[in-house]
Design a protein around this ligand. Structure first.
Ligand code: FAD
Ligand code: SF4
Length: 326
């Protein structure tokens, strides 16, 4: 690993000023992505600003909003009583992500900003990776691409956004609270991530130095049923091939409100608004669920390694919907 300067931030404003002032500085939270990529030579910052001592952890409730500090760990959020009671699919997504050791280190801010698991991105010996270096090409399009995206993808980049947590949070319209040199701003998570297009190296709307300080999660109405289904090659310690997060409110035998998102298939956590439209006002059942799935996975971009995901994603969504309806 290349040498770098280590700074432990004592205060939020100092952390933001330090990283903003140095284009080659990065934040360090749990380090479970950042340090891996530095050891592999993918990231080579000159300075790491450790934010783990900042007062940005903990979960609090303000009416029907849950405020989650950016440094809350995945395990802490999964253990929160309101999450268990009102947001079961958030809890499931957290517990199905990584191992307990990792969940005790990894933070919510870091999880939302984790980098892709694309093997070519993580191997600097492979020259063609537009995400590492714009304009070099994409090795995955002609290479091994089982873990890659079919939605929001094109020939420039087919890397999946691998966060499980982001899937239910996108479905819930969570808000990311960000602190930059000019003050604080709020960004809906649905607008936070950027599909690659011809700039796969730009993954989200954060300016350099902007710090996630919290995530606000609106609680769905009481009685809403939710589920997160993750399909993967082995039962634990593995990223999703496909996943679906669904939250449904039923009323008199019909679906009153539906929130749906997919994981493992999108270059960004994929909000399935077309599915929600099909579901709203319809009776729950196989025909409705399949129609919702068909509406969502439309115009996929596939390569031979990812073609199987088209049907798998649809079946994953149908199964998640059956779970909440049963
Ligand atoms: P760090 O590694 O410290 O940071 C990640 C990035 O975010 C860095 O670029 C850092 O600069 C930036 N950053 C961190 N916090 C902030 C902030 N508050 N504001 C601005 N920038 C910030 N996750 C899943 O969802 N599903 C899985 O199945 C899964 N499996 C895993 C398996 C393995 C083997 C590993 C190592 C991890 C797995 N994870 C999984 C966890 C996930 O991939 C990330 O490693 C983790 O969530 C990152 O959190 P962190 O706090 O360690 O972030
Ligand atoms: Fe790089 Fe994206 Fe292609 Fe992977 S899919 S090699 S991250 S450009």
């Amino acid at each position: 690993m290349r040498e770098f300067e280590y700074v432990r931030a004592a205060e939020v404003g100092q952390a933001v000023a330090t990283v903003t002032g140095d284009p080659r500085a990065s934040y360090l939270a749990g380090g479970t992505t950042q340090l891996d990529l530095m050891k592999d030579g993918v990231l080579e910052p000159d300075m790491l600003v450790d934010i783990t001592r900042l007062p940005l952890s903990g979960v609090s409730r303000d009416g029907d909003t849950l405020r989650v500090g950016a440094l809350t760990t995945m395990e802490e959020l999964a253990a929160d009583a309101t999450v268990a009671e009102r947001l079961p699919f958030v809890r499931e997504a957290l517990l199905l992500g990584a191992s307990v050791q990792l969940r005790n280190m990894a933070t919510i801010g870091g999880n939302l900003l984790q980098r892709t698991r694309c093997r070519y991105f993580r191997d600097p010996a492979v020259p063609a990776c537009n995400k590492r270096r714009r304009g070099t090409g994409c090795a995955a399009v002609t290479g091994a691409a089982r873990m890659h995206a079919i939605l929001g993808a094109d020939e420039h980049c087919i890397a999946v956004h691998a966060s499980d947590l982001a899937v239910p949070l996108v479905a819930l319209d969570a808000i990311v609270r960000v602190r930059g040199a000019g003050g604080e701003r709020s960004v809906p998570l649905t607008d936070f991530y950027l599909v690659p297009g011809d700039t796969p190296d730009v993954e989200n709307v954060l300016a350099h130095g902007e710090l996630i300080v919290a995530v606000d999660i609106p609680l769905p109405p009481r009685g809403t049923r939710s589920s997160y289904l993750k399909v993967r090659d082995r039962a634990s310690y593995e990223f999703a091939l496909t996943s679906a997060g669904v939250a449904i409110t039923f009323d008199d035998g019909v679906i009153r409100e539906a929130r749906v998102a997919l994981g493992g298939v999108g270059t960004v956590p994929w909000r399935a608004r077309e599915a929600e439209e099909v579901l709203r006002g319809a009776p729950p059942g196989q025909a409705t669920f399949r129609a919702a799935a068909e509406a969502t996975v439309r115009d996929p971009y596939t390569v031979p390694g990812t073609a199987f995901k088209v049907e798998l994603a649809k079946r994953t969504l149908v199964r998640a919907l059956r779970t909440v309806a049963s």
